[in-house]
Write a protein that binds this ligand. Sequence first.
Ligand code: X8Z
Ligand code: ZN
Length: 580
Amino acid sequence: MDNSVASETPADFLARSEQEMLALNKEVGLAFWLRATYITPDTGELAARASERSLAFDSALIAQAKALKGVPTDPESARAIELILRGSSMPAPNDPALRAELAQLATDLEGLYGAGKACDDNGDNCKTLPELENILAASRDYDEQLEAWQAWRGVSPPMRPMYQRFVELANQGARELGFANLGEQWKGGYDLSTAEFEAETQRLWGQVEPLYEALHCHVRDTLSEHYGEDRVSLEGPIPAHLLGNMWAQSWGNIYDLLEPYPGVAPLDVTSALQAQNYDPVRMTETAEAFFTSLGLPELPQSFWENSMLVAPTDHDAVCHASAWDLDNGNDPRIKQCVEANEEQLATLHHELGHIYYYLMYKDVRPFFKGGAHDGFHEAIGDTIVLSMTPDYLKAKGLVDSVAVSDEAVINQQMKLALDKIAFLPFGKLIDEWRWKVFSGEIGPEQYNSGWWALRASYQGIDPAVERTEDDFDPGAKYHIPGNTPYTRYFLSHVMQFQFHRALCDAAGYQGPLHNCSIYNSEAAGDALGAMLAMGASKPWPEAMEALTGQRRMDADAIIDYFQPLMTWLNEQNAGRQCGW
Ligand code: X8Z
Ligand code: ZN
């Protein structure tokens, strides 16, 4: 970046740096893509070097934008400068040696996660993360699940000293930009003051907490019945390894244990996908077909040529699913280790939600390429998944029959709640841990205990085996070594119900929200596409209002959606001692 152009106008500065940024992004993006899909020391080296240059560019860009802040200019340029000043999720110190160290650490941390495997003491019989996840999804054997849960957490202890240093360096980067620490910088990305933002997330959590507590109470009772009261107490937190998911973040995989009315309108999409031999491409095409049914465009040919849809067997890759906007909207790709099951089908819709955002904002200026805020980006594909109603699944041949009864509705809602409501406290606590780590409130000697304190207080879950500060359980969740902010997913899980309701209105749907599918509605597609096309060009309340008529994030839609289940849960929980 050229620092010498002192007399530029804001508009000239933006136009020039945008061109520089596009060229750099293309190259850096490809280096990162190669690293994520092919983990070796060589790709690590290339990615770290690319990262270094990208971090240097960011720092210089921000320094120049700072000098231009307040210089009178047009509203569009002022917005672009404001977005630049928010910085990235990983600000680097200006010292080149420290910048290089940060770039290397970030590359190595993600590499450790991506290449992580659980092996026996001789280094044999290694299991990958997807293999361990499948055990947790399918096994109902307490000890077998615990073994898989513990095995994956053997991957993260080496990350601990690296993460500690990462925090020091990224914090220094944030401070050099004028933020108190990196957490404060992250909270600054929402067109609100950081205090207002924290209060907003707290307000939303307060709105949905009763839903979570009711679900937790019923799930705990059911698991206690299944595994025995000596293993699942009726008063305390739930053992973290029994919820069908490596991180206990979404619980849909244990629906078989919780089906309220067994046999009523079965919803076993996984069996149908497997019986019909869905392969990764057909799974992806199925997700694409939902978007095109809304009148959105087909995915470009390059998407199919360049995406990674299958876990490689001859080298390591980061299997955690992601979507990439390479070459300025011209080369969108996803990376996902697709298997034929319902969870993966939902994740494909999630990833394509990102891809359709990229495609729809392709023509806005590069500084405006992004979600209205990051929670918007996460919410698009999930909003589509809410339209995968029993009627839709029947039309796709993925369930046999659709029953219209109150019992069928409760089954359907339970299944969704196990994913969506269970996720809420998890989505909230991850960054609460990081905010405290970045501020120093949780020091390195409390990384693990601080993590489990939040897990217990928010989620009401506990590890079944002792954890100590020799462990680094936060590192066993992708977004910690991957340094991806997480509050976005909490917000997304609230907003996607607002978006769903608005799109159902646009489609002219009348009836209970949980029965609405916008499949085949071009009117809904137009409304969605219009919001996506705004990108980050306007403060997010404007994008929110354009689609929903509301200017705030609010849990009214998710509460309304789950009203039938809440009534049912409260009946079930009558006489039970809820809470932990
Ligand atoms: O990380 C993701 C996506 C990629 S942005 C697969 N999600 C969070 C997670 O897996 O922890 C989607 C839901 C929450
Ligand atoms: Zn995502």
